[in-house]
Design a protein around this ligand. Sequence first.
Ligand code: URP
Ligand code: ZN
Ligand code: ZN
Length: 487
Amino acid sequence: MADYDLVIRGGTVGTASAVFDADVAIAGESIVAVGRGLPAGKREIDARGRLVLPGGVDAHAHIEQLSGMGVMNADTFETATGSSALGGTTTVVCFAAQHKGKSLTRVVEDYHALARKGTIVDYALHMILADPTETVLKEELPPLVKSGHASIKLFMTYQHTKVDDEQLLDTLIAARENKALVCVHAENNGMISWMGRRLVERGYRAPQYHAVHHPRLCETEAIYRLCAFAELVDQPVIVYHVSTAEGAAVIRDARGRGIKVFGETCTQYLTLTVDDLVKPGIEGAKWICSPPLRQVSDQEALWKALELGDLQFVSSDHAPYRFDDTGKLRAGPDPSFKEVANGMPGLELRLPLLFDAMVAKGRYGIEKFVEWTASAPARMYGLHPRKGSIAIGADADICIWDPKRRTTISDATVHDNAGYTPYAGRTIEGWPVSVVRRGEIVVDDGKLKASAGSGVFLPREAGEAAVPTGRLSPEFDEARNFGARLY
Ligand code: URP
Ligand code: ZN
Ligand code: ZN
């Protein structure tokens, strides 16, 4: 008699490579058997008519974090990760955000303390470096990477967090030496501030001008520059939240030349457009995020880029701010687009919106859905094989989907602390009705059962994505050989 704690019985299991009918057995926190007619468990979930998919891995979520504009997120770890679990995402990679002058070690400790107290799903941390001094890069970074923080995030824009080109190169080299991956918010800061000043001077203050403020070229230019840096020093990078066809094309071109550049896009760039910013009064501020929402043609190009493998996965970039004086309207009731906190909530609805857009609408199969929302981000960020798959030995992080359930989204149906959702009014098909995290049923028929602090930290070594190609650019190599102490 097998000693299973939980058996998910009679469902259709989906992974990134196959879809098949099977039971899934769990002992303790792990998956221990996948097959038909498994012996009884101490508990059972009847999954007949349901899909049994890996819990989602959201590799880009801002939680209880001070933003690059200096605004605090609306969520605590508890509210963000509770909503995450309710939407089927059982692993988040969020940020420990250094601001200028702060010790990175201290910052990482502080974010761990917040996460330990509140998190309901398992978490890992990217380290945002806003002040990559020699002390930070040479003394603080190495032990932090060794203790499981194997990814760094840099911003090429935003007042409080942007780094210049030399700092970016210094950080890429430090990442290379420490075997860490570098993720980058790639937008040209000068173009943004120049455009913003001129627009506001001429009276164009409404939320919709945010899209003009961040021209498409500011993404194209920054991604191109980043790819050149990555090529120069042979350090893999991931471009965050690619929003334009041209941005994806720059990545495709760089990858075609053998440079290790990877790309993420986000739910909002696949499911919303710039027209969502056009609303009466200040309402459109709810849809202000950076990069801004783009065109239907960009959506098509981003799906294509995912299909081709130029982009590898889809994150939420969850960045919740309330539509009041604590968040979006902190500069007053009628701010210019420049003063509105950038970002929108998205952790909870990432999987349901993508399931609807991909699987329910028949555009892609379940395998691609699992790959882009769970398996690929787990692999890229060193969480595989523990997370992102249904396989023996993996953590038992599983969503049981009702593929036919129709849900009309409203501000009242979401559970984060933003107080609104950019997707209100949509009806979508498919919902993760029950969710298991490391063997524990954390969502039971739509009800959250887990307590704050029950998630754990996931220390990571950098995944395969972070390994350099071994081909330094000839110019950089030459400088080394001539004895210039560049590397
Ligand atoms: O508008 C956004 N995306 N805000 C969150 C911070 C970032 O840019 O990643
Ligand atoms: Zn960003
Ligand atoms: Zn972000």
